[in-house]
Write a protein that binds this ligand. Structure first.
Ligand code: COA
Length: 259
């Protein structure tokens, strides 16, 4: 159905593969169009519990924007494309289920920005991360100048964005850009294990927890506390909360319904 993406579901876990391996999965306009369609589909899937994102082939997660399409990008187009991609990555960031980036190789430019929009990042030992835009005479436009410093701190983000240098998987782990570095062959298995674990948790608690944690990255702490408190109260009204507490007290495994 899609040309530049592959999407499959295994039970309640979605696996999105960015699929232009011959171009190291670079983000083209066509790919963005398809990603929008896919998000329309995924956002309406009430059965979905976790989305995993990876890149096709064993070389790249996503090697950035398609540089061929940069040739004609003037100021007008630059603004339009940047706003469009910021919006689509924000849809990923705010998706009602957690999104795990399984970074299997290069995550550069828009690829790094895509990974940053995900809730959790795990990577292969072969992964490399970078924001090489400055070397092309531009700056990141898909959210990177805002999300990278929040995740790794201003100094590290500055260095990556100002030099355009790549960092390897171990360095990405050291600075908190990824949660885990895995042997290349085990990446997808471990990413799916993590997805399954989160999918086994009460869905509404996961959903509201994600929303509250996301809020910590914007606005002031007082309004973050207020939102946390309301969402906490909301989870206290669910059947899953009753079940989760009862299961603990009765020393058995909880059976959750997402209600
Ligand atoms: N846009 C368009 N095509 C890209 C691309 C991109 N961002 N990144 C890689 N490709 C293409 C290459 O042009 C090449 O195509 P070809 O075989 O038709 O010539 C193919 O993907 C394989 O890449 P290649 O450069 O041959 O692989 P490599 O192993 O020598 O180098 C990289 C890998 C990632 C270091 C290198 O491809 C690179 O620097 N890519 C651009 C990264 C970038 O600046 N991204 C930010 C854009 S804003």
């Amino acid at each position: 159905m899609y040309k530049t993406l592959n999407y499959e579901k295994k039970e309640n876990i979605g696996l999105l593969t960015i699929n232009r391996p011959q171009k190291l999965n670079a983000i083209s306009n066509e790919l963005i169009k398809e990603l929008k369609q896919l998000l329309d589909e995924v956002e309406n899937d009430d059965e979905l519990r976790v989305l995993v994102v990876t890149g096709a082939g064993d070389k790249a997660f996503v090697a950035g924007a398609d540089i061929n399409e940069l040739v004609d990008r003037d100021a007008r187009l630059g603004r339009k494309v940047s706003r469009e991609r910021q919006e689509i990555f924000s849809r990923i960031e705010n998706l009602f289920v957690p999104v795990i980036a399984a970074v299997n190789g290069y995550a550069l430019g828009g690829g790094l920005e895509l990974a940053l929009a995900c809730s959790i990042r795990v990577c292969s030992e072969k992964a490399q991360f970078g924001a090489p835009e400055v070397k092309l005479g531009i700056i990141p436009g898909d959210g990177g100048t805002q999300r990278l410093p929040r995740l790794v701190g201003v100094g590290r983000a500055m260095e990556m964005i100002l030099t355009g240098d790549f960092i390897d998987a171990q360095e990405a782990y050291r600075i908190g850009l990824v949660n885990k570095v895995l042997p290349h062959q085990e990446l997808m298995e471990k990413a799916m294990e993590l997805a399954k674990k989160i999918a086994s948790r009460p869905p509404l608690a996961v959903k509201y927890a994600k929303e509250a944690v996301n809020r910590s990255q914007e606005g002031d702490t007082a309004s973050g506390f207020a939102l946390e408190s309301y969402l906490h109260a909301l989870t206290c009204t669910t059947e899953d909360k009753k079940e989760g507490v009862a299961a603990f007290l009765e020393k058995r495994k909880g059976r959750f319904k997402g209600k």
